[in-house]
Design a protein around this ligand. Structure first.
Ligand code: FAD
Length: 857
């Protein structure tokens, strides 16, 4: 407690001064040496009369051995406090944070108090051996507890028991430790000794895995989720970097945050690596032997570092030979690591020299070398197919449920792998990996995860989740003026946040959490479309990863066929990793809000007159509608008992002239014709960005499962609206379906329809309006109701389509799912050309989620 308190005092006294990190490190390293030197200190050293106190050694007499772990926490606290004081890191946005954010987001400085600090340092589950976590992470989990499902903890417990039993099994039936200890390998071949060494290593790995898993399990059961150690088996590591990253992973994360990054990170890799290993060796044990081991290990990094420097993945990662070069290097690394560990931890120098002599003494020994190399090479080439910087999650991984989650529970399928590329270069190996399995894995691509179908998910296949590809960059273009390059994993909020301070907008989603990827490849309607066209009409260039793993750029001039196909062809031609949109000067202020007209009379009986009045006002308003407005006619129920049905109008009217005067003028006829029963809840929003965030409060609390479908229609037809209204009133009368809504969208025809239906792959260019039907099972999370919800949405769409003389199609963004709409309905007049282009860009149908386009024979 004395050491802990002094460390705290150092943090508080040095505050944000540059001296703080130096004082912290000097103190902690000095304590490390002093602990060792004085063997944990003795009372008798203070006074011989106190010797009796030394005999009362307590539960944990050699406490100073574990102090090494505590020391990491002491440094973590001081450094996190220092950075919080200097506001270095991320500011709290009030949302739930993931592991990385929990570490880099600082707390208010008053939270770095003594009691939180002591709780962190002495937290029982992690006190003895870790896993190690940062103070910021620990405190975030106390302040905003992470949801750790009981099922996940039980699963972890089960796997832990299996690990112990595996260790027991190996120790019982494979006497490799006894053979090693007795050096009983006389007469064995080189291969035999190789296996003895290998299994010794596996046992060491398992031996360490068990306590780490135990302590983490304890923390998980207590509601704290620390980082996992040993995320990769020792036999599944081919990179020296990868080996260290995944072995004592939580320690590695600690080193990266508190040593590697502050010392300059990639700027001085070799220097920091040597320094880190010096620290690691001394931290483990203050002996020269380990120090020498640490320096030797640092040298092992040199071949890998050189290879990375000469053949960077960013430049050559998509070349066919890259994987094989990596595999050759990986075998070299592997042999180096295995030999070092065999000497250090398994068979020792005697075993190694015996093995070498056996390798070269007879034909069997000599044959062993190429066989070993060949076997390792094949394995490495296979593993390297998934050598990516991003994350790989499988069903048994801790974050699996989160990785397969979608905005609506109806879209979830249980994938075999979820890969989250950190860079575009991660995508080709992921595709290659999926296709090299037998049978090949189905690939699904997830952008913002908003579509209510299962198109971005796969049952047992591989999901490529683009959520880490989030860069947004504004550029000047000679031809287009200001353009915005948006990576394929962005949601619209990412784009608007970047553009807002620059007074720019793009044609994007009306709701900010909708993904750019699905939205744009499906056409992309916005309240701005009447004036500026669809999102695809503003797309000037894109980068696409094709089915064969090649990365190509396309525009009207470069690969025009591909550029045509991704503008409306959905997910059928490749993964769009970058969209370049034309930017426009910001619009606004705009008037938005809700006009509510109860659909019942004073006695609560349905009053058709209310709907009639609204329709009448709409008929008057629509001919005068300008390109600055977008209007939604919505059926929804009141949120409180008796949940009366209501007819609502959600207007979006842009001032355009920089004031709200124009918007107010545009809205006036509607208000005059029919004043709302409830005072109009209209607000002025400064920008389109603010408008797009408005529905979030409502939608973020939307029920977890919903089905969305749509149908388009040529003109406002009262008969259709009334029929749909009656169906909706009947259906939404139950507790679980009360959240069901119907929305008819009215935007001025003009800019969208001015483009020919065949100019892009998006076919719906005839004058039209949209209806969007959302069925919700409010209080139920039961997947068994998904089908009935979708069926109902489909039946209501059917009512509209039945009256639809123009036979308008339903493009991918608003369609329910491939079980409901045909390819003809989704791709319309463009299906024939799309089939030709499918044969060109994806003849083997690698992209086969959603409305699959059959390649032309
Ligand atoms: C609340 C809400 C409001 C909406 N408002 C509008 C609106 O105003 N206008 C409109 O047009 N639509 C709107 N939509 C529909 C929306 O555009 C679609 O659901 C769209 O598919 C969402 O894209 P996503 O990336 O979030 O979807 P996801 O579910 O991730 O993906 C949907 C499909 O797109 C594919 N995909 C995603 N990203 C990429 C990529 N980068 N490259 C290739 N394929 C990709 C997926 O493979 C999948 O097939 C809305 C949806 C919701 C839920």
């Amino acid at each position: 407690m004395v050491i802990i308190s002094i460390n705290y005092a150092i943090a508080k006294c040095t505050g944000h001064s540059q001296f703080a990190p130096i004082a912290t490190w000097v103190f902690n390293i000095a304590v490390l040496f002093a602990n060792d030197w004085f063997s944990g200190y003795h009372y008798s050293a203070l006074h011989p009369a106190l010797k009796f106190m030394d005999d009362l050694s307590g539960l944990h007499p050699r406490w100073y051995i574990n102090f090494n772990i505590s020391m990491l926490r002491l440094i973590a606290f001081n450094m996190d406090y220092y950075w919080a004081y200097r506001r270095t890191g991320t500011q709290d946005r009030g949302a739930d944070l993931n592991y990385k954010e929990r570490t880099s987001t600082y707390h208010p400085t008053e939270m770095y108090n003594y009691w939180n600090y002591v709780a962190f340092v002495l937290y029982p589950p992690l006190y003895l051996a870790g896993p190690i976590m940062s103070f910021n992470d620990f405190l975030w989990q106390l302040r905003r507890p992470t949801h750790i499902p009981l099922r996940g903890v039980l699963n972890y417990l089960f796997r832990f028991v299996v690990c112990i039993l595996t260790l027991e099994f190996v120790l019982h039936f494979m006497y490799v430790i006894a053979i090693k200890d007795r050096q009983a390998w006389q007469g064995d071949s080189a291969a035999d000794i190789g296996f003895i060494g290998f299994w010794n290593l596996v046992i060491i790995w398992l031996k360490l895995l068990v306590p780490w898993r135990f302590f983490r399990l304890w923390a998980l059961a207590d509601g704290i989720d620390p980082p996992e150690n040993m995320i990769r088996c020792v036999a599944n590591n081919y990179s020296v970097f990868g080996f260290w990253r995944s072995w004592h992973r939580s320690y590695n994360l600690w080193i990266v945050r508190y040593i590697y990054v502050p010392l300059g990170g990639t700027q001085n890799v070799l220097f920091t690596t040597i320094l880190i290993f010096t620290f690691v060796a001394l931290w483990h044990d203050l002996s020269f032997k380990l120090l020498a081991w640490g320096w030797l290990i640092s040298l092992f990094f040199i071949p890998e570092l050189s290879a990375r420097y000469l053949l960077p993945q960013s430049k050559y990662g998509d070349k066919w030979w890259y994987r094989h070069v990596c595999a050759i290097g990986a075998v070299g690394n592997m042999l180096m690591l295995v030999s070092a560990n065999l000497v250090g931890f398994a068979v020792g120098t005697e075993g190694m020299s015996f093995m070498l002599s056996r390798m070269f003494s007879d034909w069997d020994g000599i044959r062993f070398i190429p066989i070993l190399y060949e076997t390792l090479y094949k394995t490495m080439a296979d593993i390297h197919a998934l050598d990516i910087k991003g994350d790989i999650v499988i069903p048994s991984s801790p974050g699996f449920e989160q990785a397969i989650a979608r905005k609506s529970g109806t879209s979830v399928l249980r994938a075999g792998y979820v890969i989250t590329p950190a860079t575009v270069a991660d995508i080709p190996p992921a595709i290659e990996f999926a296709l090299s399995r037998l049978p090949p894995l189905e690939i699904a691509v997830k952008g913002g995860g908003c579509h209510s179908s299962t198109n971005s998910s796969t049952q047992g296949g591989l999901v490529i989740d683009l959520s880490k590809l989030k860069a947004v960059e504004v550029k000047d273009d000679k031809e287009w003026g200001k353009v915005v390059a948006v990576q394929g994993g962005c949601i619209w909020r990412d784009v608007y946040e970047k553009l807002k301070p620059l007074d720019l907008i793009v044609v994007g989603g009306n709701v900010s959490f909708v993904g750019v990827g699905g939205f744009t490849t499906g056409g992309g309607y916005s309240s701005l479309s009447a004036e500026l066209g669809l999102a695809i009409d503003n797309l000037v260039e894109a980068e696409v990863v094709l089915a064969d793993g090649s990365v190509v750029r396309c525009s009207e001039k470069q690969e025009p066929d591909l550029f045509w196909a991704i503008r409306g062809g959905g997910n059928q031609f490749g993964i769009v990793t970058e969209f370049v949109f034309k930017a426009h000067p910001a619009r606004g202020p705009a008037i938005t809000g809700t006009l509510v007209y109860p659909a019942t009379d004073q006695q609560g009986q349905l009053a058709p007159a209310a709907l009639d009045n609204v329709l009448k006002a709409l008929h008057e308003f629509l001919p005068t509608q300008g390109t600055n407005s977008w209007l939604n006619l919505v059926f929804g129920r009141a949120p409180t008992s008796p949940y009366l049905p209501a007819v609502m109008i959600f207007p979006y009217i842009d001032g355009k002239d920089g004031t709200t005067a124009l918007a107010e003028k545009a809205l006036k006829p509607l208000l005059d014709a029919m004043p709302p029963y409830i005072p109009a809840q209209l607000e002025t929003k400064a920008t389109f960005y603010d408008v797009s965030r408005a529905p979030e409060v409502f939608l973020d609390h939307a029920p977890p499962r919903y089905a969305v479908g749509a149908a388009s229609f040529g003109d406002l037809n009262d008969m259709i609206v009334r029929e749909v209204f009656n169906e909706w009133v009947k259906y939404s009368d139950q507790e679980e379906t009360r959240g069901t809504m119907v929305m008819f969208e009215f935007g001025k025809k003009g800019k969208i329809d001015s483009v020919a239906p065949t100019a892009t792959a998006f076919p719906l260019r005839e004058p039209h309006y949209y209806s969007v039907i959302t069925a919700r099972h409010g209080r139920h999370t039961n997947p068994e109701h998904d089908r009935s919800a979708r069926d109902w949405v489909s039946s209501v769409c059917g009512i509209i389509k039945k009256h639809n003389q123009e036979k308008l199609c339903t493009p991918a963004n608003f369609a329910l799912g491939p079980e409901y709409e045909s390819q003809e309905e989704v791709y319309g007049v463009n299906l024939t050309r799309l089939r030709k282009l499918k044969a060109k860009y994806d003849p083997k149908k690698v992209w086969r989620r959603g409305w699959i386009i059959e390649p032309e024979a």
